[in-house]
Design a protein around this ligand. Structure first.
Ligand SMILES: NC(=O)C1=CN([C@@H]2O[C@H](COP(=O)(O)OP(=O)(O)OC[C@H]3O[C@@H](n4cnc5c(N)ncnc54)[C@H](O)[C@@H]3O)[C@@H](O)[C@H]2O)C=CC1
Ligand SMILES: O=C([O-])CC(=O)C(=O)O
Length: 327
């Protein structure tokens, strides 16, 4: 039997938490042979703590053989103690009519405090995934607030965007989702993101050649993927939760267990490649192996793509400026 992995989840009693924790405990994230200890953080408020208690009761009632322990707390240093993986979900979500920028300052404070707590008590190898919006900038804040941890350990979730793009492209091209390779979503998890299918293939066939529809790309595919979060909020009255939890599982599973040579999108601190200034957390194509991600390098960036990539970068730089006084 493997020794248990400590997985911290913040916002554990929220809607994403409710879709996420049970799947982690059942082995869908780290494997059916990997015991886990769930370390769950919620706000120090009676209602949030009571809801967390209820979630923990339900986890208990599932009798998951892989669930080797549980901690529920309102103290980040307890939740992050020796954490191997930290899923930073807890933040205020967007409501109808709100843009991500509206959340920036409100949620920024959470991530300075949680970055500092990770810095103090988490495993030195902790893999951090920020889900709470604005996810890229929150990941940047957490990374800057944790100077003793390697910057590469901090990532933001663009996997939901990647998965959304996969579905849209499969449907347009008339190919099974599982056959699609080499798709990427560049940049910020916001409507400026750039889903890029120029390199995508299905069974070796170029999907750009197969679809051959620049108008669809510019006026349907890119905006639909970018605004999908808002469309879900409009339809549900609540932001995406099950699909977000699913993407978080995909992101961590691939990071830990490998992507078998396939591209996946992760928001990672830039190394300066592709004209993205170092340190900015930007969605890029990566291949994961042995618990590490490696950027796909040397892709050609044409004029259309450059313009899109610069636009989403400009937004990230603006967000970074907006929180500079907190760091
Ligand atoms: N990156 C992505 O693709 C996506 C990101 N999101 C974001 O994920 C976040 C969570 O969404 P939901 O679960 O739907 O929201 P929710 O409101 O249902 O749950 C959030 C939970 O976090 C808790 N919380 C708030 N501040 C906290 C703190 N400082 N420490 C610990 N817990 C805290 C709240 O009490 C609440 O239970 C939001 O910011 C949302 O915008 C949502 C979907 C996709
Ligand atoms: O749009 C939102 O606020 C929630 C989210 O990040 C998404 O669904 O992509």
């Amino acid at each position: 039997m493997k020794s248990p992995v400590r997985v911290a989840v913040t916002g554990a009693a929220g809607q994403i938490g409710y879709s996420l924790l049970f799947r982690i405990a059942s082995g869908e994230m780290l494997g059916k042979d990997q015991p886990v200890i769930l370390q769950m953080l919620e706000l120090p408020m009676e209602k949030a703590q009571a809801a967390l208690k209820g979630v923990m009761m339900e986890l208990e009632d599932c009798a998951f053989p892989l669930l080797a322990g549980m901690v529920g707390t309102d103290d980040a240093e307890v939740a992050f103690k020796d954490a191997d993986i930290a899923l930073l979900v807890g933040a205020r979500p967007r409501g109808p009519g709100m843009e991500r920028k509206d959340l920036l300052l409100e949620n920024a404070k959470i991530f300075t405090a949680q970055g500092a707590a990770l810095n103090k008590v988490a495993s030195r190898d902790v893999k951090v995934l920020v889900v709470g919006n604005p996810a890229n900038t929150n990941a940047y804040i957490a990374m800057k607030s944790a100077p003793d941890l390697p910057a590469k350990n901090f990532t933001a979730m663009l996997r939901l965007d990647h998965n959304r793009a996969l579905s849209q492209l499969a449907s347009k091209a008339g190919v099974p989702i599982g056959d699609i390779r080499k798709l990427v979503v560049w940049g910020n998890h916001s409507p400026t993101m750039y889903p890029d299918y120029r390199f995508a293939t299905a069974n070796g066939e170029s999907l750009k050649d197969k679809v051959n529809d620049a108008d669809w790309n510019a006026n349907e595919f890119i905006p639909q993927v970018g605004k999908r979060g808002a469309a879900i909020i409009e339809a549900r009255g609540l932001s995406s939760a099950a699909s977000a939890a699913n993407a978080a599982i995909d992101h961590i599973r691939d990071w830990v267990l490998g992507s078998n040579g396939e591209w996946v999108t992760m928001g990672v601190p830039s190394d300066g490649s592709y004209g993205i200034p170092e340190g900015i957390i930007y969605g890029v194509p990566v291949i994961t192996e042995g618990g590490e991600y490696k950027r796909v390098e040397g892709l050609e960036i044409d004029a259309f793509s450059r313009e899109r990539m610069d636009r989403t970068l400009a937004e990230l730089e603006e967000e970074r400026e907006g929180v500079a006084h907190l760091l």
